[in-house]
Design a protein around this ligand. Structure first.
Ligand SMILES: Cc1cc2nc3c(=O)[nH]c(=O)nc-3n(C[C@H](O)[C@H](O)[C@H](O)COP(=O)(O)O)c2cc1C
Length: 263
């Protein structure tokens, strides 16, 4: 439940105006919460006197906005979006714990429908060799499942499997990544938005990402892999290979003209 400290509240009504659920009102000059809400935290973020808290969250996490300390220019932002590339060749160096935490925070702070915050993030770095071993052991059963459920994957995956059997360096699923990040979520848009912010954060840290639809398809088809990951019944929504790029791009990649309808 949202808590408003009446000793601090000045009754300005800013939280009332900004509350998307319209559950706050002013009573006898003080803001009061009338019912349960989605706990989006707008009231905490907008209050001019820090009178609002949501005790079920870690309120120590809340940071003050200091405009002078940070400004991301529109030019820099678009530059980052344009120069981001999918990475399929990684340095051997693992990602430091602190960098991974930054990347995960970018996912955690991303918008979710109804503020569900229900994505589960699995980071497989120390256990990657064990997971990859199980993955390849599982490939024959994965192919059997795909024959029934997603035939279009069978031919390419069989080919990738054969290539890997010839030489494990030919790995179209994991390439040479030091780290796999899996997002499990009922809402795939929530997971996709989190993933995009995580990728941008990774790039800001000097690292890079590859989204792997192939891994989503394979892991989804293997109860053993899902059990290993510990994601329960939540669908595998996104898989990302993460690490420091071993390739550097000299310019942007061309794109189709935007398909935009102006009205
Ligand atoms: C949802 C999604 C799934 C993808 N799955 C794979 C994949 O399984 N294997 C792969 O090599 N690339 C995969 N990609 C990368 C795309 O091929 C890549 O984004 C596209 O070619 C554009 O290149 P860029 O990301 O460098 O701009 C995926 C991208 C997205 C957004």
């Amino acid at each position: 439940m949202v808590t408003i400290d009446p000793k601090l509240c000045i009754g300005c009504g800013v939280c009332v105006k900004d509350c998307p659920g319209h559950v706050i009102h002013i009573k006898e000059g003080k803001a009061e919460v009338a019912s349960h809400c989605i706990k989006c935290g707008h009231c905490v973020a907008v209050c001019p006197v820090k009178a609002v808290s949501i005790p079920e969250y870690d309120m120590e996490d809340v940071e003050e906005f200091v405009p002078e300390t940070f400004r991301l220019s529109p030019e820099n932002y678009l530059h980052a979006v344009k120069f981001r590339r999918s990475i399929r060749d990684f340095k051997e160096q693992p990602l430091e714990k602190e960098i991974l935490e930054h990347i995960l925070n970018a996912g955690r702070y991303t918008a979710t429908a109804k503020n569900a915050q229900a994505c589960t993030f699995v980071v497989v770095q120390d256990g990657l060799d064990e997971f990859k071993k199980l993955f390849w052991e599982e490939m024959p059963s994965i192919l059997e499942v795909l024959k029934e459920k997603a035939r279009r994957y069978v031919r390419p995956f069989t080919f990738f499997y054969e290539m890997w059997k010839q030489d494990p360096k030919n790995d179209t699923f994991f390439f040479n990544t030091p780290c796999l990040v899996v997002i499990a979520a009922e809402n795939t848009l929530d997971a996709g938005l989190a993933a995009a912010n995580m990728e941008n954060q990774a790039v800001a840290e000097g690292a890079g990402i590859l989204y792997s639809g192939y891994l989503v398809g394979s892991i989804s088809a293997s109860p053993k892999l899902r059990e290993w990951l510990g994601t329960g019944d939540k669908p595998i929504a996104c898989c990302m290979l993460a690490g420091y790029p071993a390739v550097s791009y000299k310019r942007t990649a061309p794109r189709k003209k935007a398909d935009i309808i102006w009205k």
